[in-house]
Write a protein that binds this ligand. Structure first.
Ligand SMILES: Nc1ncnc2c1ncn2[C@@H]1O[C@H](COP(=O)(O)OP(=O)(O)OP(=O)(O)O)[C@@H](O)[C@H]1O
Ligand SMILES: O=C([O-])CC(=O)C(=O)O
Ligand SMILES: [Ca+2]
Ligand SMILES: [Mn+2]
Length: 659
């Protein structure tokens, strides 16, 4: 965004010339020119500025695959592994790769270029008819945030530093995920294992078509002068940690994943070896619509057998985050570990709460609580040992963000944080969080350590409270209700909310949505598989379920208002403290929900939705309408058994609305 739209700075009046008197020996114009710098040339001067990073950790010979190798050899193997990742399957070979920025001219870069002569990965001698075997691809490997800032600002339009130090970026034409463009390879294994068909997020593609798109992405990436490669981890549970490699073309994507995945230590990086899963993000390049299964120029393709994901035709970074989440929803249940689209935090006494909910319902906002330790805001695992965060960062919505209401998120938006699609003052670079000119789905991605009371490592004991968040645009669900196990399962499987504008492409107004397990877009198995695991774990560990409406009160969207965040926080406080367990409850008709009569800090009249509606008839008909939508939605699940227990299945079926 140039100041005057021409790309050039606006013309300014020249400043008055400064005249300095030259009274000899008077020290008036005193400088240190006599001392001089050691450098003889500008290049040498520049070379003094950058000190070589200290050699990584000392090796004791017992640290894994590459541990006993000399530095050069380890680097060569790393490059070989990256070249193998980038291999074109039709040529059968990887590109020649070299580390470092092709534009760098400092002496340090010369050192890197030297690798080109001694250590490049040889292209095997097969005949190819294009130039790709002749050129080098520069690899920008696990760059630091500062280096990525420089890359973004130099080479990516729409990259700016905001007044608080965050990197403002544009994600391009797509500012939300594209679930209709997601494809999953159906093979003999996945055909039987995965959830396919109506309601499922898994739209099939065949292996061959996947390879066509993979080749398209790899050819695109190899055609560039340089690619970014991130080697990182998922899951803070060391037993179930997954190694991921992300190959991308934009510094924005690399910094986003640097923040969102777990960052390896130098030592862990030296011993990284072969990744368990690889993303090829060629988002700037479209897919070919003549390719089978393609219905637009965007395609996000998952191949579980190859352990690869290909992204074409969308630069929205959330696709990478949520694509990996889908992978975890496949891998973890195989190990009897439940994967959850939930936030998670812990009190001083070690009481853990999970916050389930669809996009925009408050997982990040409510799990980021100054009085509690943050374990994570969006993706978790629940194993026999407790909970673990899958990610290394948070991804907060920032539309209408205020310092006063969400101070910890506000303060996390500083150097290192990626700010997507926000609008800012062209001169002061102050962000205007209320501005929706680019999108309503503005986002901040920051490392979890940017939250002062993050729990590191991001793991915790078994949850005590399971809070289901629904943003009810109809305004008829109570602000909070206590659920029995069957009700918890009913609402978990239903996954109701009013989808808030923007996170999924094309949604402009809140509308009622049902999304199984509060994350149907990411689950891979049938919802009842996850539900059975949740029921079993909640039962075993004695967790209490709650339904919290973070949406409307006093009328539907349009006439009522969104429940004040301050009230929702008081409700959540009462759940955490245990005081809400001992409240007096009344049962509602239709949904059969237990609602408390009083909560400290919350006006009692809002606890019963019908009190807040002026038009009682309208309330009643809206309540019945929503009840009907729930019933309709649940019909798909009535023929499924949940867990080993038919009794539980019957109870769940009876736990929905009754009228
Ligand atoms: N009563 C309320 N409770 C929770 N959030 C509220 C409330 N009122 C307004 N909000 C706003 O709703 C939004 C909740 O978004 P949040 O980032 O927490 O969603 P999320 O569940 O983490 O979604 P996603 O999975 O897409 O990241 C925030 O912008 C928050 O300020
Ligand atoms: O995936 C995204 O873009 C944001 C998110 O967390 C969600 O939608 O649940
Ligand atoms: Ca979030
Ligand atoms: Mn999410």
């Amino acid at each position: 965004m140039a100041a005057n739209g021409t790309g050039l700075p606006m013309a300014r009046k020249p400043l008055a010339k400064i005249v300095t008197e030259d009274k000899q020996g008077n020290g008036m114009c005193h400088d240190d020119s006599a001392k001089g710098v050691k450098a003889q040339t500008i290049d040498e001067l520049h070379s003094l500025q950058k000190k070589r990073s200290a050699p990584t950790t000392p090796l004791d010979g017992n640290q894994g695959a590459f541990a006993s190798l000399p530095d050069d050899e380890r680097r060569r193997q790393q490059l070989q592994s990256i070249s193998a990742s980038l291999a074109s399957l039709t040529r059968g070979t990887g590109p020649k790769v070299v580390r470092g920025d092709p534009a760098a001219k400092s002496s340090q870069a010369v050192e890197h270029v030297a690798h080109r002569h001694h250590h490049h990965v040889e292209a095997p001698a097969i005949r190819v008819s294009d130039d790709s075997s002749l050129k080098f691809t520069h690899v920008l490997y696990n760059l630091s945030p500062a280096e990525l800032y420089e890359q973004a600002i130099k080479y990516e339009k729409g990259s700016f530093i905001t007044s608080s130090g965050a990197l403002a970026t544009l994600s391009g034409a797509k500012t939300g995920r594209s679930p209709r463009d997601k494809r999953v390879v159906m093979d003999d294994t996945t055909q039987n294992e995965l959830w396919w068909g109506r309601g499922s997020p898994n739209i099939e593609m065949d292996e061959h078509t996947f390879l066509v798109n993979r080749e398209r992405a790899v050819d695109y990436l190899n055609s560039l002068d340089k690619v970014f490669v991130n080697d990182q981890f998922l899951n803070w549970d060391p037993q179930n940690r997954i190694k991921v490699r992300i190959v991308s073309a934009r510094a924005y994507h690399s910094l986003f994943m640097h923040n969102m995945c777990i960052r390896p230590t130098d030592e862990e990086l030296e011993n990284f070896g072969t990744p368990d899963f690889t993303i090829y993000n060629a988002g700037q390049f479209p897919c070919n619509r003549y390719t089978h299964y393609m219905t637009s120029s965007t395609s996000i393709d998952l191949n579980l057998a190859r352990k690869e994901m290909v992204i074409l035709g969308t630069q929205y970074a959330g696709e990478m985050k949520k694509g990996l989440f889908s992978v975890m929803h496949y891998l973890m249940p195989k190990r009897q570990i439940l994967s959850l689209h939930s936030g998670c935090n812990m009190g001083r006494d070690g009481d853990v709460a999970l916050f389930f909910g669809l996009s925009g319902t408050g997982k990040t906002t409510l799990s980021t609580d100054h009085n509690r330790y943050l374990i994570g805001d969006d993706e978790h695992c629940w194993s026999d040992y407790g909970v673990s965060n899958i990610e290394g960062g948070c991804y907060a919505k920032c539309i209408d963000l205020s310092r006063e209401k969400e101070p910890d998120i506000w303060n996390a938006i500083k150097f290192g944080t990626v700010l997507e699609n926000v609008v800012f003052d062209e001169h002061t670079r102050e962000v205007e969080y209320g501005d929706k000119s680019v999108t309503e789905n503005t986002r901040a991605a920051y490392p979890i350590e940017y939250i002062p009371n993050a729990k590191l490592p991001c793991i915790g004991p078994h949850p005590k409270n399971v809070i289901l968040l629904a943003c009810d645009a109809f305004g008829v669900l109570p602000p909070v209700s206590k659920l029995n196990l069957a009700q918890t399962m009913y609402h978990f499987i239903s996954g109701y909310t009013a989808l808030v504008a923007g996170t999924e492409d094309g949604i402009k107004e809140p509308t009622a949505t049902f999304s199984a397990c509060f994350g149907a877009a990411f689950i891979m198995l049938h919802p009842t598989k996850y539900a059975a695991m949740l029921a079993e774990k909640m039962q075993k560990h004695g967790a209490t379920g709650w339904l919290v409406n973070t949406g409307w009160s006093g009328g539907s969207y349009g006439s009522g208002n969104r429940i004040k965040l301050a009230y929702t926080r008081k409700i959540i406080d009462a759940i955490h403290s245990g005081s809400l367990l001992n409240a007096t409850y009344e049962k509602t008709d239709v949904f059969g929900l237990e609602i408390p009569t009083e909560i400290e800090g919350v006006p009692s009249e809002i606890l019963r939705p019908e009190n807040t509606w002026g038009d009682k008839k309208a309330y009643r008909s809206t309540l019945l309408k929503l009840g009907g939508l729930f019933k309709n939605n649940f019909e798909t699940f009535t023929n499924y058994k949940i867990g080993k227990d038919t009794k539980l299945t019957q109870e769940i079926l009876a736990a929905g609305p009754n009228f």
